[in-house]
Design a protein around this ligand. Structure first.
Ligand code: G6Q
Length: 542
């Protein structure tokens, strides 16, 4: 495919950018009193107000033209058909099949995968009900009250985020924890106050070979066997979520207690596969089905809404607009919901692992900036820390502000305060504070330059009714397809992760050098050698 910069739409956007780059949102709103209603779209229970972006109707038209020239819709359809669009790994990309309804056919290599998806979902539901009802007992006959998911990356961030997001509909009599880091402190902290007789481990690993997960799993196994006094306890306290049956068996988990998924589910797209087992145990199969329903509603919206009303397409195009034309380096994700505290971290992996690529599908340098840096914190917390830089710093940081009309807690009086901040921040970022306004407010002249807020800081506001399982599904799918749209514009493989693979092998060379009792013959660069020697010398206190 041609480079994005070689398309007519890109060139047109470039000269359009030169014309409107200094246009202020104050002027855009003044010139069109209905802008706030016009530049908004709705789908799958989410309302997107994108009017506070530095765009005109012409910008939107050109961005949509770019989407057409880059074949976003065609690539989307190829994904939903099960074509192997992850070309570097020769794999289909079918997280959308994980929420396809029974009866829909999606074929990979001629085989309909939807019945298998539902067979796994049914098996998960049966198991979840057994754990939740107390029918599934631990080795000593006690019921399970604690669930610990051991997994990392895509086998961790989704389950942890979803549990936090949906904790109000979770079984409050149970404890859920998530261990990812190979730092022993993570395992020790997660287990220090738990009774092993009441604890179930879910070992979540697509490959079942990841160093961190396998190390934590082995430690968990020792913890259970030592505390409960028998190898036989493993069968009642461990289940696995994986695609690797042989390794699961080798670990000692009965494959009857293994929940499978497939190579066409990427790690960061797997929270609604069996990787969601901890989520299902926490919230129950009914709520889990609602979660899947939310994902599916956004899938349908992505497939059927015209591009100009298509939420993920619009958000993906706006990302390209700021990333490639304004040179913005980052996007802030600010959920105004304490339960979505881990959502920015989840999106960080989803977006940065997917679109942090420097070559296109032909293996040529992509020639433009690709995936932006994603970061964020829940509102209002962030307002009392880094928002200062967004308001008055020298960098352009487009932000997504996510809010809900109805609260989760009974403390309803808090909610208007919370939501007033969503609206106020978006307003202040867009319109700022002028010297004239400051003067009228009686601000002393000497302070004026310091108090002026230029405004023209873009935001998307995403508004939903309430943070339910269904809403969460729609929200996650919104970002999945937003990331997809960006990847299609840049013509990159959003579904491989060779950088992560490299990281997985790098430490393996150094482990024996740290572990050996005799002084190792180090052949690294002088910096690495010195660091290793220093560590070996000083660690004796361990
Ligand atoms: C996700 C990545 C990566 C992966 C972890 C865990 O897309 O591939 O984050 O999820 O490295 O891998 P396993 O599930 O195989 O342990």
């Amino acid at each position: 495919m041609a480079r994005p910069t070689d398309t007519p739409a890109w060139r047109a956007l470039q000269s359009h950018y030169e014309k409107i780059k200094d246009l202020h949102l104050r002027r855009l709103f003044a010139e069109d009193p209905s802008r706030g209603q016009k530049l908004a779209a709705e789908g799958a229970g989410l309302y997107l107000d994108y009017s506070k972006n530095r765009i005109t109707a012409e910008t939107v038209g050109l961005l949509l033209q770019l989407a057409k020239e880059r074949g976003v819709a065609e690539r989307r359809d190829a994904m939903f058909r099960g074509e192997k669009i992850n070309i570097t790994e020769k794999r289909a990309v079918l997280h959308v099949a994980l929420r396809a309804p029974k009866g829909v056919e999606i074929r990979v290599d001629g085989k309909d995968v939807v019945p298998e998806v539902h067979a796994v979902l049914d098996k998960m539901a049966q198991f979840s009900n057994r754990v939740r009802s107390g029918e599934w007992k631990g080795h000593t006959g006690k019921r399970i009250r604690n669930v610990i998911n051991i997994g990392i990356g895509g086998s961790y961030l989704g389950p942890e985020m979803a549990y936090a997001a949906l904790r109000d509909v979770s079984d409050r009599a149970m404890t859920f924890r998530f261990v990812a880091n190979v730092d022993g402190a993570a395992f020790a902290e997660a287990t220090h106050d738990l009774d092993p007789a009441e604890t179930l481990f879910i070992i979540s690993s697509k490959t079942f070979t990841t160093l961190e997960t396998m190390t934590n799993a082995a430690t968990a196994r020792r913890w259970i066997v030592e505390k409960l006094g028998s190898d036989a306890a493993v069968a009642r306290h461990f289940v696995a979520v994986s695609t690797n049956e042989a390794e699961v068996r080798k670990f000692g988990i009965d494959t009857a207690n293994m929940f499978g998924f497939w190579d066409w589910v990427g790690g960061r797209y797997s929270m609604d596969s069996a990787i969601g087992l901890s989520t299902m145990i926490a919230i129950g199969p009914e709520n889990y089905r609602e979660l899947l329903g939310g994902f599916r509603a956004m899938d349908e919206h992505f497939c059927t809404a015209p591009l100009e009303k298509n939420l993920p397409v619009l958000m993906g195009l706006l990302t390209v607009w700021y990333n490639n034309f304004f040179g913005a380096q980052t996007i802030g994700i600010m959920p105004y919901s304490d339960n979505l505290r881990r959502f920015p971290a989840y999106l960080q992996q989803l977006q940065m692992e997917s679109n942090g690529k420097h070559v296109d599908l032909d293996g040529n340098h992509v020639g433009v900036q690709t995936g932006p840096i994603i970061w964020g914190e829940p509102g209002t917390d962030g307002q009392h820390s880094f928002y200062q830089l967004i308001h008055q710093g020298t960098k352009l940081i487009p932000c997504d502000l996510i809010g809900f009309c109805r609260p989760l807690s009974a403390l309803k009086e808090h909610h208007d305060l919370l939501m007033s901040n969503v609206f106020a921040q978006a307003e202040a970022l867009a319109f700022g504070k002028t010297p004239e306004e400051l003067k009228a407010e009686g601000s002393p002249d000497f302070q004026t330059p310091f108090r002026v807020c230029e405004g023209n800081r873009p935001t998307n506001v995403i508004l939903a009714d309430k943070l339910t399982p269904r809403t969460l599904g729609s929200l996650v799918a919104l970002y999945e397809h937003n990331v997809f749209t960006q990847g299609a514009i840049w013509d990159i493989d959003s579904f491989d992760q060779w950088g992560v693979e490299l990281g997985k092998v790098l430490a393996k060379r150094i482990i024996p050098e740290l572990e050996s009792s005799s002084e190792p013959d180090l052949k690294h660069d002088s910096s690495t050698n010195a660091l290793i020697r220093r560590y070996r010398r000083l660690r004796s206190g361990r």
